[in-house]
Design a binder for this molecule. Structure first.
Ligand code: DX5
Ligand code: ZN
Length: 230
């Protein structure tokens, strides 16, 4: 299995000082920046768009930015996110009438592409497009908000996707998003995930005035991951 990567979701960061938050979480050992885009239409919340992604790049963020689109439609805004410095762009199959075309669009613009599965979205969407995927993202909560509880049946779904990726022999990351905490990350790793989004568990864990405020939670997640890998 691939090396485990930690992708803090900035949805739970302090937006009033986002650049500093991202710098500190990366300095604490996070691997990626998970960037949640919501439109008050596909999901009942409204967040950030390409201008904020571009602002993070201009601020000096060089880590991969993992853009999770919870918007509908998706094609119009994809080139804007590519220009803004996105590394990965993932979308929900329900949000595009032409999934294959959207995946090709993301890749043709030079980004890595992924499909996101809600807890009740069937994996059948994988059948004809697995050759066009760099990542599969499984939602372990219903999208829209941080701080929800991990849905236990996500572990069984993860195992199924792990098997499909391994059987395909392809270079596809398997990401999990929602309710990931220090106390369940090992079980999630054992079920086959290699990329771990965590919002409230990371950004909610620290005191405002501590410059190293994210060191401890990320170190604890890493040691749980190492234990899971034996
Ligand atoms: C939910 C978002 C998540 C969210 C996860 O719709 O896609 O990325 O920030 O937050 P936690 O880790 O708090 O469940
Ligand atoms: Zn997300």
């Amino acid at each position: 299995m691939k090396e485990a990567l930690i992708a803090p979701s900035i949805l739970s960061a302090n937006f009033a000082r986002l650049g500093e938050e991202v710098d500190q979480v990366l300095a604490s050992g996070a691997d990626w920046v998970h960037f949640d885009v919501m439109d008050n239409h596909f999901v009942p919340n409204l967040t950030i768009g390409p201008m904020v992604c571009e602002a993070l790049r201009k601020h000096g963020v060089s880590a991969p930015i993992d853009v999770h689109l919870m918007i509908e439609p998706v094609d119009r805004i994809i080139p804007d996110f590519v220009a803004a410095g996105a590394t990965y762009i993932t979308f929900h199959p329900e949000a595009s009438p032409h999934i294959d075309r959207t995946l090709q669009l993301i890749r043709s613009e030079g980004c890595k592409a992924g499909l996101v599965f809600n807890p009740a979205t069937p994996l059948t969407y994988l059948e004809h497009v697995i050759d066009k995927l760099d990542m599969i993202l499984l939602m372990s909560v219903n999208p829209g908000f941080g701080g929800q509880s991990f849905i236990p049946s996500s572990l069984e779904k993860l195992r199924k996707v792990r098997q499909r990726i391994d059987a395909s022999g392809r270079d596809i990351r398997l990401e999990i998003d929602g309710g990931v905490k220090i106390d369940n990350i090992a079980a999630i790793r054992e079920a086959g995930a290699d990329t771990f989004v965590a919002g409230s568990a990371i950004f909610g864990a620290a005191k405002e005035d501590d410059p190293n405020r994210y060191d401890s939670v990320i170190a604890k997640m890493r040691s749980q991951l190492a234990a899971a890998d034996g």
